[in-house]
Design a protein around this ligand. Sequence first.
Ligand code: ATP
Length: 379
Amino acid sequence: MKSLGSIRRDFAPWNDPNAKPYIQFDNVTKKFGDFTAVNNLSLTIFEREFFALLGASGCGKSTLLRMLAGFEEPTAGRILLDGQDMRGIPPYRRPVNMMFQSYALFPHMTVENNIAFGLKQDGMPKPEIASRVAEMLKLVKLEQFAKRKPHQLSGGQRQRVALARSVAKRPKVLLLDEPLGALDKKLREETQFELMDLQQNLGLTFVVVTHDQEEAMTMADRIAIIDKGEVMQVATPAEVYEAPGSRFVAGFVGNVNMFEGKIARGEAGGASIDAGNGITIRTDNAGTAGAGTAVTFAIRPEKIKVSSKKPAEAVNAIEGEVYDIAYLGDMTVYHVRLDDGQVVRASTMNAARITEDPLSWNDRAWVSFRPDAGVVLTR
Ligand code: ATP
């Protein structure tokens, strides 16, 4: 399989063997009583990276962030920041700032005083504070709201105040716990791009915790997928989506169809998979799995074509019946029930206004896909 790059094509320090990691979790375990929230976890994050910790509620992602910030100490293992062991170093002495889910703005203070608060505490001279606050207000486009109180702002504006306040002290690393959690969908999408711009303009390292896979996919250079306190995979969004390393990751990120089977025989650059009930899948992406290995073949819905006739050229074509159709405007999702009962999900972009090959409920239909369209998983 070809290697897949992130959007910032020239930024990939993780592929450079000489690049020095900026943040290192080194076999970190965190226990609360008998409960293991983080289990012997290792991760490296690079300077200027936008790194996302993605996982379901309770998987341990906030605990990771809190340990990095210094609010919790690991039970075992080390956390290094720029090569320095952080054990025993209090939060205020780490080059790290944290933006909390609740934003924690001071309700009685104006926007500018909220932003200035940490700078005043640090004893920064007044003229410098004023110019830094002005710079921050400009950065988050809130110049005309400087004198307002938090309750006179919208959710999105409050989020931007919190952001301005957390970057005002110019931390090297900003930790963000569900930074867009309180915003509605449309505003979230806009704010995602603002956050990415801000991170790039300031040249900061961002570590963001989210349970929202779309958010992680949109913003991050790399994503760590966490389950039960362990790292399942660390990769760019495109790799996570196109080359998931396990069934868990394939199922966690995006929609996927999975066929259980066995490698029937290896072939040049690929394999045939016996998926039972007379279904054979020909794939280019068998990796090292040899004949007889039990595998899962995973394929994304948009890589499957649905048609009323068997496509003449298709290497893989399986017959079934249209079971459900969902028209979503920009695309249509078909559920096709194969003759063995398995339901396959296929999605088609509605590029034209009229579909050439209209399909209806209960029609016989073929699902087809190319040999390079899916991945073979053994874990
Ligand atoms: P969410 O998205 O819901 O915030 P999360 O992945 O961030 O979830 P954590 O807050 O890291 O999860 O918590 C991981 C696990 O550790 C949870 O099961 C939680 O109940 C437990 N936990 C966290 N903090 C403590 C604590 N102080 N004492 C006991 N258990 C804790």
